[in-house]
Design a protein around this ligand. Structure first.
Ligand code: WT7
Length: 661
């Protein structure tokens, strides 16, 4: 049975227990429906009320939603605030100032703690260092950092002085980093000499050097280097400064710079269906409001919780639910530098026990790999640790298959903890379809119901609502505060990609397929409907990988990339490649495949390496020369070819594409 069929027949329902319901701030489904009704009656008023309650304003807003330039919506536009003040200063003089903000566990298991008061001092000091380097409100700063307190401090420090941060995940290549530095026009890059992952020391600063050496980065005046390890690094005189040098003598007091509500808090690059990654731009107030509100509603967070989100700050989950929401709420959170399998696959369970984690938020890929590890080695099964502190579990990034859901529910949550399967995107900024812990009855494999205040629907190509039980395209019909504001430097692409005219121009197209259950109305995400793949919860555009492959001009004539289902990573990348010379034998094929994988890792990053490569002297094309991607998807999946191949220009090609490397 296919994944989609197996979730469609899923009929196990897990209502909240009495204890979970009693803890929740929203009173049952009636409470949830009341919130939805409140939002439906007056959407701007719904969010205005919460923006006044949950955010600290330097200058209060008087206008809530400005749709005069739709789809360039503006929220709370005449208000002024500062994101860092909303995460740190607001807690001063309250009991929260002495609370632990971050429990940091390093790759090698060392633990350190930072209180809210200490974090404010560190952020302020860093903000002063940025000012001393001449960074001004509106400037862009690139972060290429390991997972740790310093990364969060750097993000908050940018926000404090009104600089827009753009974090690039440490797994991206020098080329990918250079493209982002150039596109966003960064004045400063913050990095570390090395990052520690799985016991290995990986160079970060050297990759920054390579990126800057590629040219086109003249905007960069300074590189600040966090010395994570004692290992020496090459210093470019006049350009590079270690953290110690940059922070020396800086005061730990820095008044936050008020910015307009719409001021760009950050730009985060993500893959789309065309070649170039998109710089998703988020606004200060709307983003902050919704990450804080959803943090409280989805996870049913309370002051005594220990929250742990395993996402890296290089992804949106690490922005919304590590760098901002927990701090705005005054939560205690765990930040982990390393990987789930080092020193062994019991690391997550050991850390939950050690730090008494009560809300644990992770990705299906991690769960699937830990199931596999526990199946083959009983000593890393979660039953070896005391997980009684857990109260709520969360999943994010890709559909969670019911089998993984049930294991997570039983073996980790001991059937006591709701699992919130949170559907959202870089562009939505915050959860948009998700169960609310202690409120929503759960169904394995379903992200259940919309967040109150987000108008989600499923429509056909002409924008007509689909009846329950029929699949269609997921859309959001009305603006929401944490929505993407534009694509950095490319407003036309923003309009085209997300607000297609066929849907009326004001309806947001998510890019996912979805279907609602006939009885419950619950949503199930059926996967992307564009040329975007989801590999271990990481988004990759097929065209991006194709462009990288054909850029290897001495070897590759043509390439087509498709996804196929994979038990561990959700989807796997399959590349069909036409070479400029014939493959001599299997050893030659394997050697070329390795060259191409290394090349893609260098062009984009290791996450973009094709799992499978097949060679042919052409690709299956129609007579008009169009590559038949559906056919390639069937081949990749190993399915029998059921498509009509009579329109193929070159049917003989299919026989060649069997050999996998
Ligand atoms: C895409 C967005 C949202 C943070 C991490 C990914 C897929 C995300 C779920 C889920 C099914 C999911 C979608 C979406 N996705 N969460 N709970 N169930 N699919 O952010 O990199 O912007 O990717 O991830 O396909 O469009 P992203």
């Amino acid at each position: 049975m296919s994944e989609i069929e197996s979730v469609l027949v899923e009929n196990r329902v897990f209502p909240p227990t009495a204890a979970q319901a009693a803890h929740a701030r929203i009173q049952g489904m009636a409470g949830y429906e009341a919130l939805c009704a409140e939002a439906a009656a007056d959407l701007p008023a719904f969010w205005a009320k919460r923006a006044r309650d949950l955010l600290v304003w330097h200058k209060p807003f008087t206008q809530t939603l400005d749709d005069s330039q739709a789809p360039f919506y503006r929220w709370f536009a005449d208000g002024e605030l500062n994101a860092s003040a909303n995460c740190l200063d607001r807690h001063l003089g309250t009991p929260v100032e002495r609370r632990t903000a971050i429990v940091f566990e390093s790759d090698d298991g060392q633990v350190s703690r930072v209180t809210y008061k200490e974090l404010l001092a560190r952020v302020s000091r860093f903000a002063n260092a940025l000012k001393a380097e001449g960074v001004q409100k509106g400037d862009r700063v690139i972060l290429y950092m390991p997972m740790g307190v310093e990364g969060v401090v750097a993000m908050q420090a940018c926000a404090r002085i009104g600089a827009t941060h753009s974090v690039v995940f440490g797994g991206f290549s020098a080329k990918a980093l250079q493209e982002r530095i150039q596109d966003v026009g960064a004045v400063l890059v913050i990095t570390a000499n090395y990052q520690m992952r799985g016991g290995k020391e990986l160079p970060l600063k050297r990759i920054v050097d390579d990126a800057l050496a590629m040219g086109g980065c003249d905007s960069v005046r300074r590189v600040l280097v966090y010395e994570r390890t004692a290992t020496a690094w090459d210093k470019v005189d006049g350009r590079d400064k270690g953290f110690a040098e940059a922070l020396a003598g800086q005061s730990d007091q820095c008044a936050p710079t008020p910015v307009d509500a719409e001021h760009p808090l950050f730009v985060l690059y993500t893959s789309g269906s065309t070649g170039k990654p998109k710089g998703v731009q988020h606004a200060t107030a709307g983003f902050l409001l919704m990450v804080r509100q959803t943090f409280e509603w989805t996870f049913d967070w309370a002051a005594d919780d220990v929250f742990w989100c395993t996402a890296d700050i290089g992804w949106i989950t690490g922005h919304s639910y590590v760098a901002y929401a927990p701090l705005a709420a005054g939560a205690t959170q765990v930040i982990f530098e390393g990987v789930p399998t080092y020193p062994d696959a019991g690391r997550f369970w050991q850390m939950i026990e050690r730090h008494k984690v009560s809300i644990f938020y992770t990705a299906p890929t991690a769960i699937r790999s830990l199931i596999k590890a526990a199946d083959s080695d009983a000593t890393v099964h979660p039953r070896n640790w005391n997980l009684d502190s857990l109260r709520v579990l969360g999943s994010v990034g890709e559909p969670i298959n019911p089998e993984a859901w049930m294991w997570f529910y039983r073996e980790v949550g001991h059937e006591r903890c709701p699992i919130v399967d949170t559907f959202w995107q870089t562009e939505t900024g915050a959860h948009v379809i998700t169960p609310l812990a202690g409120v929503t009855p759960l169904v394995p494999g379903s992200c259940t119901l919309p967040m109150p205040g987000v108008d989600v629907a499923i429509v056909d190509e002409s924008g007509q609502d689909m009846p329950k039980g029929s699949g269609g395209m997921l859309v959001i019909r009305k603006p929401w505060p944490s929505m993407i504001r534009t694509i950095w430097g490319d407003p036309e692409r923003f309009k085209k990609a997300y607000f297609p005219p066929e849907l009326g121009g004001g309806v947001y197209l998510a890019g996912d397929g979805a279907v609602r259950d006939v009885k419950t109305g619950y949503f199930r995400i059926t996967g992307r409907i564009d040329d975007v793949l989801n590999i271990s919860g990481h988004r990759m555009g097929t065209m991006e990988i194709e462009s990288a492959l054909v850029a290897k001009t001495d070897l590759v004539a043509e390439a087509a990339v498709v996804g196929r289902p994979d038990d561990l990573t959700g989807e796997a990348i399959c590349a069909f490649v036409v070479l400029k010379r014939p493959v001599k034998d299997a050893a030659d094929g394997a050697a070329i495949a390795k060259t191409l994988r290394d090349w893609v890792a260098q062009e984009i990053g290791p996450i973009a390496k094709p799992k499978e490569i097949r060679f042919g002297d052409n690709l299956p094309k129609t007579r008009s020369g169009k590559i038949m991607r559906r056919l390639l998807r069937s081949l990749a999946k190993g399915d029998a070819i059921t498509q009509d191949t009579s329109t193929l220009e070159n049917p003989a090609i299919l026989g060649q594409l069997d050999q996998k490397y």
